[in-house]
Write a new protein. Structure first.
Length: 478
């Protein structure tokens, strides 16, 4: 039986109550643009559990792997087992409605990027670590895309929205009851930093906490009008204050940029936002990159090495390695945190050899998979989904605003923090969610070349009707 957004008044078992947000399962789409029925009722609960378990495990990841300022290179067995169980639960939930294409879930640009990552294992410096890391990243990405594809945008975004809010509230509890965990009270890598006193909650680091707070604010600003105003205001205020106390400058700056992009998508005409959002994304990211790389851009010589900040020193090390290995890199996951095998000990010195991330998702992947691999990743995660949103004439303004804001936040955040194909990293996983939302929301849309004859209205209308014919089978193909 086919159901859609207007099926709230159907008898029990045939539809969902509009008042129960958790049960508001969005319909799938077929390749011709038509909407198919929702997944069978007895599989909704496993889908919800899988979504909530996935997000919970991602949020707990830093607490489970980061100890005294260093990352656990071997990972967590419990965490790895958890993702495998979630993978199995997802397969169980989608099996009745999955088609070969929807089972793949990920779009072709992302499949191409992952293919290069897996291929890089053949030249990886540390194949043992590399295979674990690429497997974990692939597993998380597929789970995200598959859950969004089969559960739908509405259910997935609602669960993600409230999970982010719960994470912020739990972080307040950790700050109040266990400041050793909830507040930075230590020295990272035995080097005095400005972290002391910054809030992090249970999220392991103030930059993770800041990203969670910023994304929480975005999700309660955009496409959230059906949520009571009091709840929205409370969420924005508590997340905003925790973001302030975390002192995460990257998340704060990207929140402003992403919010502006979301507002443009929601309130500016389709034609204008196609130009404004790319300009804002590229321009804002470039300004943030230069601001972060140079301590005094205005009064210092732009090429003066003394103008470099800590990140600039790290990035110069990564660029030197990339200049020597431009095509293949070190292999996926084979640059940072692989002990004595890491190239950082050859190309870096001092402070740079004591850290485990490059503070830039783009530079991290540049040295890992080379220029071709990075280009594939950027195209799959940023260019492809953002382009699909901007050319879409069907997506609602509110939905498009939220997805565009999430994408812009993750794109900009990766300028100065690592969160691109970063296994189950918080920002990396949110990036997968944003790209999956964009893919799902624009399924079935195809750009049709303009007809040669201006008066060919009849043929266009016939093609339009064929594209939107009813389809009874859920779990559509691309």
């Amino acid at each position: 039986m086919t159901s859609g957004p207007g099926s709230a008044n159907k008898p029990k078992g045939a539809g969902l109550s509009s008042g129960a947000w958790l049960n508001n399962l969005a319909p799938n789409l077929k390749s011709d643009g038509s909407r198919a029925g929702v997944i069978v009722p007895d599989r909704r609960t496993p889908l919800k559990i899988a979504l909530m378990a996935l997000i919970a495990l991602v949020m707990l990841g830093p607490l489970m792997t980061i100890v005294e300022g260093t990352a656990a290179g071997e990972g967590s067995v419990e965490r790895q087992l958890g993702y495998i169980l979630i993978f199995g639960l997802t397969l169980y939930a989608i099996r009745p409605t999955a088609t070969p294409t929807s089972l793949i879930a990920m779009p072709w640009p992302l499949l191409l990027a992952f293919a290069w990552c897996w291929l890089s294992l053949t030249w990886a410096i540390d194949p043992g670590v590399a295979v674990r890391r690429v497997f974990a990243t692939t597993l998380v990405a597929w789970t995200v895309f598959s859950l969004v594809r089969h559960a739908g945008y509405q259910l997935s975004s609602d669960i993600l929205r409230y999970a982010l809010l719960i994470s912020v509230l739990l972080s307040y509890i950790f700050v109040a009851t266990n400041p050793v965990i909830g507040i930075h009270l230590m020295r990272d890598s035995e080097i005095p930093t400005a972290l002391i006193g910054n809030w992090r909650g249970f999220l392991g680091h103030k930059n993770f906490a800041g990203a969670v707070c910023a994304l929480c604010i975005i999700m309660f600003i955009f496409d959230a009008k059906r949520i009571p105003a009091a709840v929205r205001i409370l969420a924005i205020v508590v997340a905003g204050y925790f973001l302030f106390r975390s002192q995460s400058k990257t998340s704060g700056g990207m929140l402003v940029l992403a919010s502006l992009g979301g507002l443009i998508f929601e309130f500016v005409s389709l034609k204008m936002r196609r130009y404004l959002i790319p300009i804002l994304t590229i321009g804002g990211s470039l300004v943030w990159f230069l601001t972060s790389a140079y301590a005094d851009m205005v009064t210092s010589n732009f090429l003066n090495p003394k103008a470099f900040t800590g990140r600039g020193l790290i990035w110069s090390t990564l660029l030197r390695y990339s200049a020597d290995h431009p095509i293949f890199g070190a292999g996926f996951g084979s640059f940072w945190n692989i002990q004595k095998l890491s190239p950082v000990f050859e190309y870096g010195q001092g402070y740079v050899t004591m850290i485990y991330i490059g503070h830039s998702g783009y530079f991290d992947q540049l040295v890992a998979v080379g220029i071709p691999g990075l280009a594939m990743m950027v195209f799959a995660m940023a260019v492809w989904p953002l382009t699909r949103l901007l050319v879409s004439e069907r997506i609602s303004n509110g939905q498009g605003a939220l997805i565009a804001a999430m994408l812009m936040f993750c794109i900009g955040h990766n300028i100065t923090e690592s969160g691109l194909f970063e296994r189950d990293g918080i920002v990396s996983t949110m990036f997968f969610f944003a790209a999956a939302f964009a893919h799902y929301a624009t399924l079935g849309e195809k750009r049709v070349a303009p007809t040669k004859q201006e008066g060919d209205d009849l043929m266009r209308e016939m093609r339009k009707r064929r594209r939107h014919r009813p389809v009874m089978t859920p779990g559509g193909a691309d």
